[in-house]
Design a protein around this ligand. Structure first.
Ligand code: BGC
Length: 758
């Protein structure tokens, strides 16, 4: 323990030492104060800590991983991600933790028969550009979780997409800090509206899955503040999550879960975060360093190489290496998160309750419909006429369902699992299976066009697929790429023979529509031949219906890309996951018969990943390096047209931009105006940054005025030496457009210099 590491902790403790009586006229006994709803969450958590024994405190700073847990006495443990015992005599409830990015998860059906509503992938929710839908999704998941007796949801994934191939991009909200931060914040707010805790994760820079438990992510600190950390900062402000989950990887040399700079300096001091930091599962590597570095609770302890916050922690406290004040701070933070979210005062039911799955499914369908992005529509092939006679669907198991992403977010969806394929190798094999939700595009299309003959061929044979396409009026090919936590795809190509199938089908029938079910961008060597392309992501348990409704125009497409689609992997900052050599070496050792249990590392030797692009993530990188992607960030077509006019800029101390948007086409549609401002990055580089967005549905001929006030942090640079945002005074160019790089309206603003606390 160093004095430097302790200083911030002492500061925290003295700040929390505000007298209890100041909030209440009568001095209450500590336990009564703990349950007095009239008092602040800080006061109550402090009072509860004062009433706890050391043993009780020690018991709640680490939690079980139920599938592997062997508690000394039987405890009421549900099979899920985590369990932390409560303190019944003080009314402190058990924490039952479930994964929940896209719905209440039930990986590899650990709870037999327990289904839940599966939302589309988070990237699809981000593509809606509609914060209200992010909130609705969170509220739905939270309600289902509560009814299933879970009170802590491991939701709120907000890592920025730095690499198009990251295996977990589907669980995140894209590449822009403002969009990601707002959407994550709203999702968390929705979850917590049910009086349960949501996490925000994975703090920070868990930007690839290859070697995630051993890699050292290296980046300039100021650049990190302006990008990934800004997304967390915005989401924290909006969502106020009860807990923050620190990541597996190292950041600039220290593991994220023992990273004093990340956890103490940035999160707790600079942002004033009052909740608790829980580790990712198997992400704790030390006791003293982690506790003093800001970790408040070890999760899924059986997955760590030792139960670091168990016996070794107790000994460290006894020996004075971890001060009692720090243990108190940890427990106070846990209790604060429980009280501030309402979890403590409005406990979840003791036994499972009925769920209105029909209502939940509506939420899933709306998110899927608004998240689908129409990438290309040459000759206005879409919306399809309902007079079509013979339609053939090809590939992607579109006869029975839609693809889901894999890993801890896996929901066992209502309606069942028509296709499920176990993995035989790879880091995800123990907890992920390739899974399709039972939402059949074939059935949904047939329901919309009952007079048509809608058939399906599986796409295993390119010639048979082309033949079927030739004899149909139109062909809809489903291209898919499964992604999962714990692995990165090594290429951006659609797997198997899919490129050949799409090529052959498009050659056989001009009226070919490709529907992609992917977690992010893929290379599209066939694109020039294909007139019509939809990105449906992993569209969740109502995905089939959503796809059909968009294809036939029952729903106007309104999604926009929350990530850039590069023309090829070579355009991205890193063409491949770093650490592939280390991963392949570990695989080779296993194949040669090495049966070592490598635990969480999978035997992968440590390596570094450099992020020299710094804050210029995604579209900013393409702009900075002059690369023209296949489809830019923010892109998405509609079945109508929009015109932007009458730009007004109010500048000076703050920046507010307003303009008119008119639907000049013949159909209802949603415009997603985006404001980009040219900011000065930390390295002094001018860069365009998304500074505002909106989504508005307009009838033909309708005009509406849009106004956006810019959060100055989005366009400021971070001064790491002073630990402050610095908005330089002077002229800023701005553009209002439909995607990154577009400028339907141009303007400029004169801004006064401003220093903003982080
Ligand atoms: C994932 C987390 C998840 C946890 C518990 C980890 O492997 O990275 O996102 O919440 O497992 O299942």
């Amino acid at each position: 323990m160093t004095c430097k590491a302790l200083a911030p902790l002492l500061l925290v403790s003295s700040a929390l030492a505000a007298p209890v009586a100041s909030q209440s006229t009568l001095p209450l006994p500590a336990t009564a104060a703990g349950s007095d709803r009239a008092l602040s969450a800080e006061t109550r958590s402090r009072a509860l800590v004062a009433a706890m024994t050391t043993e009780e405190k020690l018991a709640i700073v680490h939690g079980y991983f139920p599938p592997l847990a062997k508690p000394a006495q039987p405890i009421a443990m549900v099979s899920s991600a985590g369990h932390v015992p409560g303190v019944p005599r003080l009314g402190i409830p058990i924490l039952r933790e479930s994964d929940a990015s896209l719905g209440v998860a039930n990986q590899i059906e650990q709870r037999k028969g327990d289904t839940a509503t599966a939302l589309p992938a988070s990237i699809a929710t981000a593509a809606t550009f509609n914060p209200a839908l992010a909130y609705a999704g969170g509220a739905m998941i939270g309600a289902e979780a509560r009814a299933k007796t879970f009170n802590v949801l491991l939701a709120g994934g907000v890592n920025l997409t730095r690499d198009p191939w990251n295996g977990r991009n589907f669980e995140y909200l894209g590449e822009d800090p403002l969009l990601s931060g707002v959407m994550a914040g709203e999702h968390i707010r929705g979850v917590q509206s049910n009086h349960i805790v949501s996490t925000i994760k994975h703090f920070a820079l868990n930007a690839q899955e290859t070697g995630r438990t051993v890699l050292d992510a290296r980046i300039d600190k100021a650049a990190l503040r302006e990008s990934d950390l800004l997304a967390f900062e915005i989401a924290n402000e909006i969502g106020q999550p009860g807990s923050v989950m620190c990541a597996y990887n190292k950041v600039n040399g220290d593991y994220a879960c023992e990273n004093d700079w990340l956890l103490n300096t940035v999160l707790k001091q600079d942002w004033g975060y009052k909740g608790w930091v829980m580790s990712d599962w198997g992400a704790v590597h030390s006791t003293d360093k982690a506790a003093l570095g800001g970790l408040d609770q070890e999760s899924g302890q059986e997955l760590d190489d030792a139960i670091h916050f168990g016996k070794p922690f107790e000994e460290a406290v006894k020996a004075g290496r971890i001060p009692m004040a720090r243990l108190d701070d940890m427990v106070e933070r846990i209790l604060y998160g429980m009280i501030a979210t309402g979890l403590m005062d409005d406990p979840v039911p003791a036994t499972a309750r009925q769920i209105d799955y029909a209502a939940s499914a509506e939420v899933a369908q709306r998110a899927a419909e608004e998240g689908i992005v129409l990438l290309k529509n040459e000759g206005d092939l879409l919306p399809l006429a309902k007079t079509a006679r013979r339609i053939v669907l090809i590939g992607g198991h579109a006869d029975v369902g839609v693809l889901s992403g894999g890993g801890s977010s896996q929901v066992r969806s209502v309606g069942g699992v028509p296709v499920e394929i176990a993995l035989t190798k790879g880091a995800a094999a123990s907890f992920a299976r390739m899974t399709w939700h039972a939402s059949s595009p074939l059935k949904a299309i047939q329901a919309l066009v009952p007079q048509a003959e809608v058939t399906y061929v599986d796409g295993s044979d390119a010639r048979a697929a082309a033949q079927a396409a030739k004899s149909a009026d139109l062909a809809i090919v489903f291209g898919w790429q499964w992604q999962t936590e714990a692995q990165d795809p090594e290429t951006m190509r659609l797997p198997g023979n899919q490129d050949a199938v799409i090529d052959a089908v498009a050659s056989a029938n001009r009226k070919t529509i490709v529907v992609l079910e992917t977690g992010g961008p893929v290379e599209m060597p066939w694109l020039a031949k294909v007139p019509t392309l939809l990105e449906a992501w992993y569209p969740g348990q109502r995905g089939g219906e959503a796809i059909a409704n968009v294809l036939f125009g029952d729903v106007a497409p309104s999604g926009r890309l929350p990530i850039t689609f590069p023309a090829s992997a070579a355009q991205a900052p890193r063409a491949q996951p770093a650490g592939l050599a280390e991963l392949h070496a570990a695989d080779a050792r296993r194949e040669a018969g090495d049966t070592s249990n490598y635990g969480m590392t999978g035997g992968v030797a440590p390596f570094a990943v450099d992020y020299p692009e710094g804050a210029e993530v995604g579209y900013r990188w393409y702009a900075k390096t002059g690369r023209k992607p296949l489809f830019p960030f923010g892109h998405g077509l509609t079945y109508t047209r929009f015109v932007y006019a009458n730009l007004n800029v109010q500048d000076g101390a703050a920046l507010t931009v307003s303009f008119d948007v008119t639907n000049t086409g013949a159909r209802v549609g949603a415009a997603v105006p985006q404001l980009y401002v040219e900011a000065k990055g930390s390295a002094g580089i001018a860069a365009w940054r998304l500074a505002g967005f909106d989504k508005l549905s307009l009838s033909p001929g309708e005009t509406r005025r849009v106004s956006m006030t810019v959060d100055p942090r989005v366009i400021a640079r971070f001064d790491e030496a002073r630990r402050k945002w610095q908005l330089d005074g002077g002229a800023y160019a701005l553009a209002v457009g439909r995607f990154a790089g577009d400028a339907a309206l141009r303007g400029s603003a004169m801004l006064r210099p401003q220093t903003i606390k982080p």
